[in-house]
Design a protein around this ligand. Structure first.
Ligand code: BGC
Length: 347
């Protein structure tokens, strides 16, 4: 079968190659891939900056934002031929640590977790994959190809859940959220903020389709500097991974505010910050800055519920480009108007 692969750590090693059929060891359910989403992590892996091949193999099949159709499922499983599904990315570490042992592999404590398409496990950018039933999530038929947004949405479902849990430390009724970044992660964060009835503000680099999508949610859209914003948000969802923005956003928080860092950047980036002011504001304002990565099953289910509630026409506008597998180079090369590009295995 054809698969999009890379030699991790080696730039420009991406290639569509013939790979063996998925091994039975990957799980009893056989899925035909319909689409995989392309995200910043894939770009980093293809650039040789991130990613690990399975032990003993040279190439890694990439792709962690999946959508497929079940081809074979054992009798008695919750899945049937034809079901639309998405695969969970992370697998618990083998120890397992306390978190992984409790099904919260997204909170793995020893770093020995594996991730499909990223860390020591083949991903979903192959014509077929096998998977364990407990790591497979049903996708609402009505979502169709937009089911490929389930994995990125799961990241935000986790972020919002953790914001809520941190909020429980005291009496708290947040009114406003500032989302920094208007890529797929930023826009899905804003969508979930609007679903919670919050006043949503989105700050990004430029006007364009992203701004229209934010405004369609009822959000206010800004292209200026965080420090010039006319308000102090109760919640910040930082979705760019730009270190300076993380600092500026935290400094802009309202008292009792929570800044969630969901964006991630590769490598070292030094900036000059007034750590004194930051520390003073955070202490005197009881503020929290925290990071979040990945998602466990309950976040995938929460994400599925959020996508089911969303306006499908709006979600459809997030997917700005579909490329067939052989055009993967075009798919991963970012163009100015791209929001989410998917590799469509049905083309
Ligand atoms: C994926 C997460 C993963 C993270 C780090 C992200 O792009 O969505 O599932 O945990 O990369 O590898």
């Amino acid at each position: 079968m054809r698969a999009l692969t890379v030699i991790p750590g080696r730039a420009d090693s991406g290639a569509v190659v013939e790979m063996p059929e998925p091994p039975a060891a990957d799980g009893p359910i056989l899925v035909r891939t319909l689409a995989v989403g392309v995200c910043g992590t894939d770009t980093e892996i293809l650039a040789g900056d991130y990613g690990w091949a399975p032990d003993g193999e040279e190439r890694l099949i990439i792709g962690h934002e999946s959508l497929g159709e079940v081809l074979e499922a054992p009798a008695g499983s919750d899945f049937r031929r034809g079901d639309l599904v998405a695969g969970v990315v992370r697998r618990p570490d083998p120890v397992p640590c306390l978190a992984c042992g409790a099904g919260e592999w997204d909170m793995c404590r020893n770093g020995r977790y594996t991730e499909r398409g990223i860390k020591q496990r083949h991903g979903y950018a192959a014509e077929r994959f096998r998977i364990e039933a407990e790591f497979l999530v049903p996708v609402d038929r009505r979502l169709g190809a937009l089911g490929v947004l389930l994995e990125p949405a799961s990241i935000l479902a986790k972020a919002w859940e953790h914001i809520d849990r941190i909020g429980l430390r005291a009496r708290w009724a947040p009114r406003s959220v500032l989302v920094t970044g208007a890529g797929p992660i930023g826009l899905l964060a804003a969508m979930m903020g609007a679903q919670r009835g919050l006043e949503v503000h989105v700050l990004a680099r430029r006007e364009g389709a992203q701004a229209e999508l934010a405004r369609a949610l009822g959000a206010t859209y800004y292209t200026g500097r965080i420090a010039d914003l006319p308000f102090h948000p109760d919640v910040v969802l930082e979705c760019t991974g730009v270190p300076a923005l993380v600092m500026e956003a935290t400094l802009q928080l309202a008292p009792g505010g929570i800044c969630c860092q969901a964006g991630v950047s590769a490598g070292e980036k030094r900036i000059c910050v007034d750590a004194g002011t930051l520390e003073r504001r955070m202490v005197l304002g009881n503020q929290v800055l925290f990071g979040t990565v990945n998602a466990n099953l309950r976040h995938y289910h929460a994400a599925a519920a959020a996508l089911a509630k969303a306006d499908r026409a709006w979600l459809g506008r997030l997917v700005t480009r579909r490329e067939p597998l052989e055009n993967w180079r075009a798919a991963v090369a970012r163009q100015p108007d791209d929001i989410k590009t998917i590799i469509d295995f049905t083309l």
